[in-house]
Design a protein around this ligand. Sequence first.
Ligand code: NAD
Length: 478
Amino acid sequence: MDRIERIYINGEFVAPHGQEWFDLHNPSTEEVIGQVLLGDAHDARRAIAAAKAAFPAWSRTTREERVAALKRMHRAVVAREDRLMEVILEEYGAPSVRGRWMATYPAAVIEQAIEVLESFAFEEQAGTARVIQTPVGVAGLITPWNSNAGFICNKLATALAAGCTVVIKPSEMSALQTQVIAEALHDAALPPGVFNIVNGRGDVVGEEIARHPDIAKISFTGSSAVGEHLVTAGAATMKRVTLELGGKSPTVVLEDADFAGVMPLVLQAGFANSGQACIAGTRILVPRARLIEFEQAAREAVSHVKSGDPSEADTDIGPMVSAKQWERVQSYIRLGQAEGAKLLAGGEGRPEGLDRGWFVKPTIFTGATNQMRIAREEIFGPVLTVIPYEDEADAIAIANDTRYGLSALVLGKDSVRCERVARQIDSGRVLVNTLSHEPRAPFGGFKHSGLGREMGRWGMNAYLEPKTLLMESGASRR
Ligand code: NAD
């Protein structure tokens, strides 16, 4: 059994002041597989002080020095990929294909941050003024459990590239993944205090970071409820805030779509990351005139989707991360039926043959309206809702009738029409007939799906303040 009893402050693994032990589970077996000793507000303050002390020197490093540091981080994280894969499977239960992606993504995002840093314009001319992009200060980075290592590395690499120093509050439920990443980052030999990692509860360590005057910026990925709270909590100290929050993303199936052809994309988008994905396409909008045909195709396709042991190569959907998350998903499956939606596939309970583990049947509701709670609230499990629409305008109206706006998928044969629809959807990202990802483009949400953007130069700008420098005319610039 793993026991994680150190946090990382000022370049060292140290014992926390906090004394609470927190159990880590294998969601496939429900067994306790480890324990983590949580830090407290005192530990958060120590970490913030270390990051504050490291800021003046780090913020003055050159582009070349930061690139060299990020390259060391990249090498160290690549060296830990196999171990990361093991703990992702054990602690999170990601099916193997997804798990491999989650284990390689942390190094990939560091590489992307290097690419951005290498060509980033830290200074530019605006009329007679020089505009200098200046690191904002100490950044507090708060991550969720559904891709903890990837979010740590993305936020950290971008913040360091910008010249900020950092305090990380990872998800307390992902301490094994955090430990693998912390050991890799330690090997990268960055200056002490440049990054600090404090395991702890959100309402303890996260709250201290959210309110502390020496934190200039928060970058948070997690639920909309906590994101909204962070905006309020940070207001008194005027924190810059980047929020990547939840979603209820539409998959718009247009009338001319070949249902058999698009169904793999519909199901992959909906069941991505075992349904525990912020970008999951959970509202499937289908032309009413072809609803029965779509239902038949979906029922057939979902019968081949396997929810079960994530270590088996043909598993598509792994367990929910916790008992609480399993209960929550079950409650939505009951709620959908109570609201009058019809089960097309799946339903309450575990998939056949499984009597333990937080597994959920791949579930699809049909006959739903966009006003039902199963169509409005983020379930965060493999539960999809088919909603019929009348015509193109109705489809766009339903797609946009949501408090969220993170991602959308448009499927159809006529690419001109697909693009016309895509351009009218209020969402940070719209995919047309593809699930591909472009890391150079900004990622983030409209409305309650977030504030600001990560990735590419947009992500870097979020850690910088533009400073305008105007000189007496004729004075030379150094
Ligand atoms: P969560 O909001 O419960 O927790 C996220 C993090 O915030 C955790 O580290 C938690 O400890 C911390 N936290 C909790 N309360 C806090 C407080 N008062 N102050 C400071 N920090 C606090 O989310 P979760 O359950 O871990 O993750 C699932 C959610 O994350 C879903 O809503 C999902 O859509 C969202 N998510 C969004 C994206 C995106 O990029 N938009 C990506 C992944 C997940």
